[in-house]
Design a protein. Structure first.
Length: 69
């Protein structure tokens, strides 16, 4: 929209790196689910979002590992 090529050159490598990390996976098993294209996040017992709850050794996850917020 703005034709700001300088900003595009600055941001593109960062944005490309973010997409690449989601496609190949990151720490805590964060990746794009190839079955449905949604972002999959988390491992058992790890709290990654504000909706994950943990009390002692018991954890509750209400979104089946795909937080859509």
């Amino acid at each position: 929209m703005t034709s700001d090529i300088g900003l595009l050159r600055e941001l593109y490598p960062v944005l490309s790196g973010i997409v690449d990390a989601y496609l190949h996976g990151t720490r805590y098993n964060i990746h794009v689910d190839s079955a449905d294209g949604l972002l999959h996040a988390g491992e058992p017992g790890v709290q990654l979002t504000w909706m994950d709850a943990k009390a002692g050794d018991r954890s509750s996850r209400r979104r089946a590992l795909e937080p859509v917020e």
